[in-house]
Write a protein that binds this ligand. Sequence first.
Ligand code: TMP
Length: 213
Amino acid sequence: MNRVARFITMEGIEGVGKTTQIGFIGQLLAARNISHCVTREPGGTPLAEKIRSLALVADAETLPPMAELLLMFAARSVHLHNVIEPALKVGRWVLCDRFTDATYAYQGAGRGLAPESIEKLEQMVQATRRPDLTLLLDAPVEIALERARVRRAEQERDRFEREQYEFFKRVRSLYLARAAAEPQRIRVVDANAPATTVRMQIQEILELSSWMY
Ligand code: TMP
C-alpha cells in the first residue's frame, strides 16, 4: 500500500511524558508495518546533538536568548537536512520529540523573544516543511514539574530544567494558544489522565486521521 509518509511531532512542558508516548506511537506504527524513525530536537544527528549540548548544558558563561534561538535553528537545519527530509522522501514516517512549536513556546514565550524573529528563521530554515500532526501533551505546570524534578537531581538539571514555575506557565500558555489557533494540526492530549487513558487518546487521534490505513 502506498501511504504518504507523515511528520508527527510531540510537544509539552517537561514532565508530561513525551518520550514514553512517542515510543507508544512507534509501536502503533510498527504493528501496522509502517516504516518510521523516532528522533528528537534539539538533536537527532551526531552534529545536532553537539549543538544540543551547547544549548542545554548549564555553563558559567551567559547564553543570550538570541544565541539560544540560533542554536535551536542551527540544530534544526542539520536535523532536517540529514534525517527528516531524507526519511520523508523515501516514505518513512518521522516521529519527532519537539520541533518548532517548542521554539515559539520556550524562546518566544519563555525567553521573551519576538515571534516575528522566530517566524523569519522558520521560513529560512524549513521553507514549507511543517509537521502534519502535533500532539500537545498538556498537564498543569505544578504536576508536570514535580514529575520532572523527581527524575533529576538539582545539580544534574539542564538550563531549562532550572527555570522557575512562571517560565513554564508562559511556555504552557503559549502551547495552548497555538493549539487553539491551529486545532487541525495541534491536538491537545490530557497528560494528567492515567497512562492508559493518555495512550487511548493518542491512538484515537491517529486512527481518526485515517493515515494509517
Ligand atoms: P527534552 O529533550 O527533555 O524535551 O529537552 C529539550 C529542551 O530543549 C526542553 O527544555 C525544551 C528546549 N527546547 C527549546 O527551548 N527550544 C526548541 O526549539 C526545542 C526543540 C527545545
